[in-house]
Design a protein around this ligand. Structure first.
Ligand SMILES: [Zn+2]
Length: 360
């Protein structure tokens, strides 16, 4: 190679960095987009299958549906439309639990798409009036849809239950209408969150874990979690028969320290961690939570967040912080691609926007 060619290399690298996009999915790959809905959860997956006459086909999963304001619903729907053509059917929709930052977009998605099957916790929201209103609207939208509904308040779906979509296997790891009695006394917020539906996707020997608002620790403000509780304890207890180990985890409860107990993190042993957090009042993801993953061997460069640049306060993980920044939603989607041969790539779907676009 000539000296001239070498001197071009840095320029080429710069160009790649400046215009880098997320990993690109081929037709036969599993493609997941973790949507930047702000504080809440929503993800969409395109799962490859082979059609009846041997042609390439796809199935689609939506795991939680983001937040409830009209503009948030619209933006969540647009992010889903980039993955699921309007003319296609959403094969499976998971509504992890009744909180409105998880079911908020469901009515809009049900209005826009035919949805084949829905699994929901089913227990009505009762604590906050706004939650109740969104829950009732979602309930009406589900009932108006001709979807097959698995309602955990009407039937048990045991841990280990599998759903097959083409070459992708979904396994339910936990999911209840209300916390089982043997989980013991839980504070009110834990009672709402702990029954959350947890799903593990497996494709080509690789796996991605969606944990919703799983609970694993007693405290929200004290970093003391030697003994896991609730959802995480339950999944660890089953892990001999229902695998929890996963290459990628969408970390529970937006990165709160009441989840991601050290024992659970060790059991999952992820290579990549995604925090679905936004600019709210909670200072998530917490540094204390992120450090549990780093102590378990996860490289900081493999920890991604949907609130790049955010600066809520001193307890929030400072990686990428822009002083005084309240990160705007929908600019930090995270894409996961697993190829048929088992190669895994995870990355932001677009370059980090400049602060004037990324921060309020
Ligand atoms: Zn919740």
């Amino acid at each position: 190679m000539s000296k001239g060619a070498w001197s071009l290399a840095p320029l080429g690298l710069f160009a790649l960095t400046a215009f880098a996009q997320g990993p690109v999915a081929g037709d036969g790959d599993l493609y997941i987009r973790v949507i930047d809905v702000g504080h809440g959860n929503a993800a969409v997956a395109r799962m490859p299958a082979t059609g009846e006459s041997g042609e390439r086909d796809h199935h689609y999963l939506v795991y939680d549906t983001g937040r409830w304001e009209d503009w948030e619903r619209q933006a969540t729907l647009e992010a889903i439309e980039q993955v699921v053509p309007r003319s296609d059917v959403i094969d499976f929709m998971v509504l992890s639990h009744a909180d409105m930052d998880h079911i908020g977009g469901a009515a809009a998605i049900l209005g826009a798409y035919q949805v084949d099957k829905i699994i929901r916790a089913g227990k009505k929201a009762t604590v906050f009036q706004s939650d109740v209103a969104i829950w009732e609207e979602t309930d009406r939208a589900i009932k108006a849809e001709s979807a097959k509904v698995l309602d955990l308040s009407e039937q048990d779906v045991p841990a280990g239950t599998r759903f097959q979509f083409g070459e992708t296997t979904l396994t339910l790891l936990s999911g209840f209408a209300v916390p089982p009695e043997e989980w013991g006394e839980l504070q009110p917020a834990h009672q709402r969150n702990a029954p959350t539906i947890v799903i593990r996707l497996e494709f080509a020997g690789r796996s991605v874990l969606f944990t919703g608002d799983s609970i694993g620790c007693r405290h929200y403000e004290i970093d003391d979690c030697d003994e896991p509780i609730a959802t995480e304890k339950y999944m660890l207890g089953n892990s001999d028969s229902v695998e929890i180990r996963s290459d990628v985890i969408v970390a529970p409860h937006n990165g709160s320290i009441s989840s991601s107990s050290p024992a659970f993190v060790a059991g999952v042993a992820p290579e990549w961690v995604i925090f679905q957090s936004g600019s709210a009042i909670y200072e998530l993801p917490r540094t204390a939570t992120v450090e549990r993953y780093i102590r378990a061997g996860v490289l900081p460069s493999r920890i991604l967040r949907t609130d790049r640049g955010d600066h809520e306060g001193p307890k929030e993980w400072p990686q990428g912080r822009i002083e005084g920044c309240a990160d705007v939603p929908f600019d930090d989607h995270i894409d996961i691609v697993i190829t048929a041969s088992g190669d895994l790539a995870v990355g932001y779907s677009q370059p980090n926007p400049p602060p004037e676009q990324s921060c309020n």
